[in-house]
Design a protein around this ligand. Sequence first.
Ligand code: UDP
Ligand code: MN
Length: 613
Amino acid sequence: MRKRLSLKCCLIWFGIPLTVWLTFNLFSWHLKLTADWNQPNRLKLRAKKTLLVRKDSLKKENGGESPKFEQQCEALSEVFNKALVKRYNVTVLHSLGVVLSPEDQKLRDEGYQKFAFNALISDKIGFHRAVPDTRFPKCRDVKFPSIDLDASIVICFFNEQPSALLRTVHSVIDQTPPELLKEIILVDDSSTLDDISCQIETYVNQHLKNVKFVRTPERQGLIRARVFGANHASGKVLVFLDSHCEVNTDWLEPLLLRISHDPSTVVVPVIDMINHDTMEYQSSPLVRGGFNWGLHFRWDQLPASMQSDPELGLKPIPSPTMAGGLFAMRKDYFHHLGEYDLGMDIWGGENLEISFRIWMCGGRLEIIPCSRVGHIFRKRRPYGNPAGGDTLIRNSLRVAHVWMDEYKEYFLKQRPQAGHLDYGDISDRVSLRKHLSCKSFQWYLKNIYPEQVVPGQTNNVEIYHHFPRNQLRKEPVIIRHGQLTHVDSSLCVQSEKKPYTKKALLTLAACDTKTLDGQKSQMWYETVDSQLLLAQLLCLDVESGMVGKSYARLMKCHGNGGSQAWTWTDKGETSLLYNPASGKCLTVTAATEGGNLFLDLCTGTKEQAFRLS
Ligand code: UDP
Ligand code: MN
């Protein structure tokens, strides 16, 4: 009896908790498994679907199954398997950028010169990669109905870096349901780097069936090149993309769905950032488009009313303007609305022109938060204007005269040099505005952009915040601090000037642990994002696009990794400080007081050994 009782007790006291514990663990293990595998599975499923469609068309081409067909299928599967599971995390991307040889150095330096981003990493990534799914979780549950529209993707390029361009094209093919993709129109705007034109044309003709390669008769600039591309398109919807983008999961469906509900809505995806130094794909905050009176595009914080909307992140966001490079609209609506101003040259201003035109002439412009496309934001534009001169200011002048009525005076006041410029004939655009019975600019400001501050008028809507795209505004999270010592010389790294002086170079000095001043000017703070801040003020940085010797310097922290990321890397006994933007390691020019710090190939010599303590 006692025995039976204790057995029962055992069962109750241990058995039940054990079962509960086991069930809980099994459940959370299952959850973890589904969460971890969620994304690759989606990609594999999509890949499988695309593969099946491709195999089907191969079968038709071959007139049924045959050994040749089998062989082709196998090759295709291999390409797919290799291509779509390539998923790079930040550490792998950093290691792809290591400069190992003079050839790497050349590729990198020339890449920065010609294309203004890191061509070495871009080439190593190749034409396919799976980018992180940056959508809000609620977007992932959306089920799309079948959509009765197809899209022509128009990608214009001038002297684009080939692997970035082909990754753009392949990412569209890999991530778009075939039934929605009518074609890709690749417009070569008469690139002058000859091998690029030929290289791309040959590749497209040999490997890509659904891609039309067209070339402008002479350099047109992105505005006329887009119209040229649109005229070659046969899909119901036109989607314009820059030539250095990568699209995200289910990027096209939400854009088309919105257009299918309202044919006069022009839609823009959220533009994620691809870091120009490291090719990291980084999520962008939800912001919308605005402009200042110098007619520069800017990103604005969402008005408070939108931020508190429980459907934020799912619902379309009306936007006063668009950034310009990436958007979708019906092809018939594009023509109806007057395409673009063909009198505009090369680059700039067309985004505000089409934004004003859309709103003032009866359409809508919206950002679709569940659609995300990454774009390489470069620090400079690598090409010029064959005719010389600033095309942005001349194009903006046309915008002001056609669309802004009396408000153009604010632009002319901001940019007095514009007043004397010849902006060409605008009569066609003025009559287009009349013909479309477009509303006034005052109406636009009052109804679409009431947050805009008009000089001399008090704005009673709300205080508005504007910020540069690249500024994520992350507070640095410090993980440790100490002096940065060059091991061999036992000297400490400090600024050549005051610790708050921007662009100051770094130098070696005797370590000063005694005076407060010495401690401050030699105290480095390492953050979770691998930044190194001197005196918690400025970040250790390197001019990443430099050709030749690049020096370490202090700059305002930008929070985007790349030129300000420093990862400790062990090589034998030595701890090196690797900088992923330059692909090189921190090195002293001379192991003496006054020696400077520059970036050199990571060889692990004593010039490169540091410690933070
Ligand atoms: N582009 C073009 N012809 C030109 C200038 C630019 O076709 O004369 C292309 C360019 O290759 C890119 C797109 O137009 O695909 C937008 O230009 P860019 O990326 O330089 O503009 P940003 O993104 O820097 O504003
Ligand atoms: Mn671009």
